[in-house]
Design a protein around this ligand. Structure first.
Ligand code: NAP
Length: 243
């Protein structure tokens, strides 16, 4: 089924990892995909060239200017029907050692970027009286994780603002939901020690990390008409970790 045929979907941070898998999956659903990246043009070009209809846009979604320009580029290309706020960073450190810069950068990039990108996209979606937004949260926004006070605060903030945007936009036919992945095999988790990954796998009832494709499948569902009565929800895709 190509349930997103003709729709324009913006995926932030789509050059690699989960974002790349989401861009490809939405393309398989029929969407025209705006592939956003910040620094690695070659990786993002590879994703765009694997899609039948894609627009490559370099923008830093941690800034208001970047979000405004990205939304405008999508609208000029044909619309903005689906927004996936995937871009995210970590700057791990134990809380007592965490610097202001580490805390502020993660809050500004993850929570601030999601807020600014939603605000920019909603200008268009409100006029169109239609739209679907999927925010990438994390199980770390639902429960704590040592070394990630900044990241946990940013992801809990994304979950909270997902609910607020959903309530504010429900009457305008715009749905806003979040996916909270557990441990997924990407560059973000590649830096973790073998010991930590081993412990994580032991704690996951399914005894393995997730794949980017398994996250993308749920994002596709939330973005599409099958989730037409679903808004303000957070779906943990975590192999049972939070069960
Ligand atoms: P990743 O491999 O580190 O990729 C993150 C992507 O986001 C990169 O392409 C990066 O581009 C981009 N990005 C970061 N900040 C950006 C900005 N300000 N503007 C534009 N692009 C930006 O991460 P991932 O594992 O795929 O994670 C994707 C999302 O899922 C994130 O929100 C993450 O927090 C969430 N998540 C991941 C896991 C996991 O286990 N992997 C678990 C839970 C949640 P640059 O290279 O240019 O920085």
């Amino acid at each position: 089924m190509r349930e997103l045929e003709g729709k324009v979907a913006v995926v932030t941070g789509a050059g690699r990892g989960i974002g790349a898998a989401i861009a490809l999956e939405l393309g398989r659903a029929g969407a025209r995909v705006v592939v956003n990246y910040r620094s690695d043009a070659a990786a993002a070009e590879a994703v765009a060239s694997a899609l039948p209809d894609a627009l490559l846009v370099k923008a830093d979604v941690a800034t208001t200017e970047g979000c405004t320009a990205l939304a405008a580029a999508a609208v000029a290309w044909g619309g903005l029907d689906v927004l996936v706020n995937n871009a995210g960073i970590t700057r791990d450190n134990l809380a007592v050692r965490m610097t202001d810069a580490q805390f502020d950068e993660v809050l500004a990039g993850n929570a601030g970027g999601t807020f600014r990108m939603c605000r920019a996209a909603l200008q268009h979606m409100m006029r169109a009286r239609a739209g679907a937004i999927v925010n990438l949260a994390s199980v770390v926004g639902l429960r704590g994780n040592a070394g990630q006070a900044n990241y946990a605060a940013s992801k809990a903030g994304i979950i909270a603002m997902t609910r607020v945007f959903a309530i504010e936009m429900a009457r305008r036919n715009i749905r806003v939901n979040a996916v909270a992945p557990g441990y997924v095999a990407t560059d973000m988790t590649a830096g973790l020690s073998a010991e930590l990954l081993g412990k994580a796998e032991e704690a996951i009832p399914m005894r393995r990390l997730g794949t980017p494709a398994e996250i993308a499948a749920v994002v596709r569902f939330l973005a599409g008409p099958g989730a037409g009565y679903l808004t303000g929800q957070v779906i943990a895709v975590d192999g049972g970790l939070t069960a």
